[in-house]
Design a protein around this ligand. Structure first.
Ligand code: C5P
Length: 220
């Protein structure tokens, strides 16, 4: 078929992953979660004791990373050197370390190269989600979308109730801090030229998927 790259960026908790995956299923496209790649690299660095403050060591780890990631929206798996890390990369230890890895420019260069290779491998028929897909990884994508949600909605979806317990406040602070750190290298809070913003604050999952599909069908 014709190329159809659907690039979707957004902050954590915007519902990006579940929405992107469902859009890929409905359109029979491949699917790539680039955040999982940064998480897998972080897992690899922590596993081998790579100093995350050492940029050249992190870059080298990125180049060596023996990564096998699913590109199907029907099966989620991430393997590093044969070890299944699908669940491990969602642990808090990874979430709090991932920004340090993702702000290492040499590591980004390597992961971006791999992301582009995966898009090519699927004949440019893929939903790709992350933080810099519309701007850096695939700026020529047929569809470019920024999925946003108010901070309140994003925290709510993560099961975090503001004004609740102290641990809830801590979790909220962690999410906000990660976005703030990530923003130092990629701008995913404002839509670049030609990027459509989809605000999901007042939408449920089905409504968000429908809105995203309408944006896609407008261009194809
Ligand atoms: O999407 P997710 O929250 O799993 O992403 C994890 C981390 O990976 C982000 O906090 C960010 O540091 C990094 N990331 C990135 N560029 C992307 C996707 C994710 O820097 N395209």
């Amino acid at each position: 078929g014709r190329p159809l790259v659907v690039a979707i960026d957004g902050p954590s908790g915007s519902g990006k992953s579940s929405v992107s995956k469902e859009v890929a299923r409905r359109l029979s496209l491949a699917y790539l979660d680039t955040g999982a790649m940064y998480r897998a690299l972080t897992w690899y660095c922590l596993d081998r004791g790579t100093d995350l403050a050492d940029a050249s060591a992190v870059e080298l780890a990125a180049e060596e990373l023996p990564l096998d990631i699913s590109t199907s929206p029907h099966a989620e798996y991430v393997r590093v050197d044969g070890t299944d890390v699908t669940d491990a990369i969602r642990e808090p230890a990874i979430s709090s370390a991932v920004s340090a890895v993702a702000t290492t420019l040499g590591a980004r260069t390597e992961l971006i190269r791999r992301q582009r290779a995966l898009i090519e491998k699927h004949n440019r028929r893929m939903v790709v989600e992350g933080r810099d897909i519309t701007t850096v990884v695939a700026p020529a994508a047929q569809v470019r979308m920024l999925l946003t949600a108010s901070e309140e909605a994003r925290l709510r979806r993560r099961g975090i109730q503001l004004g609740g317990t102290q641990s809830a406040e801590q979790l909220a602070a962690q999410v906000t801090q990660r976005d703030a750190k990530d923003s130092t290298v990629v701008n995913f809070t404002q839509a670049a030229d030609g990027v459509v913003t989809l605000d999901s604050s007042e939408l449920d999952f089905e409504e968000t998927v429908s809105a995203a599909l309408r944006i896609v069908t407008k261009v194809i």
